[in-house]
Design a protein. Structure first.
Length: 95
C-alpha cells in the first residue's frame, strides 16, 4: 500500500502593519516602548514620518493582541493589515 504523507506548515512569523495617528516624537516613542516590551515581537519599526508601525511577530502573537497594545498608548489606529490582509481596527474588549 502506498502511504500518504501530508505536511502542514505553520507560518514561522506574522507581519502586522498599522497606520497610526502620531503627531510628535513622544507619540511614536510611546508606541515604540509598548512594542519593545511585548512578548512575541521579533522586530518592529515605528515611523513618525510615515505615521505607521510594522511588527514582525512570532506565530503565537496574534493581531488583536498587538492592536490592543498599541491602542493602550491612546494613539488612534486608522488601518491594520495582518499578513497582507486588511483587518478591523476595532479594539477587542476582554471577556
Amino acid at each position: 500500500l502506498a502511504q500518504l504523507c501530508i505536511t502542514i506548515t505553520m507560518a514561522e512569523e506574522h507581519t502586522y502593519n498599522f497606520d497610526i495617528t502620531m503627531s510628535c516624537g513622544g507619540c511614536s516613542g510611546a508606541v515604540d516602548r509598548v512594542l519593545k516590551k511585548l512578548d512575541g515581537v521579533k522586530s518592529y519599526e515605528v515611523s513618525l514620518e510615515n505615521q505607521n508601525a510594522t511588527v514582525v511577530a512570532e506565530p503565537t502573537l496574534d493581531y488583536a493582541t498587538v492592536l490592543k497594545t498599541i491602542a493602550k498608548t491612546g494613539k488612534k489606529v486608522n488601518k491594520g493589515v495582518a499578513d497582507g490582509v486588511e483587518q478591523s481596527v476595532e479594539v477587542p474588549v476582554d471577556a
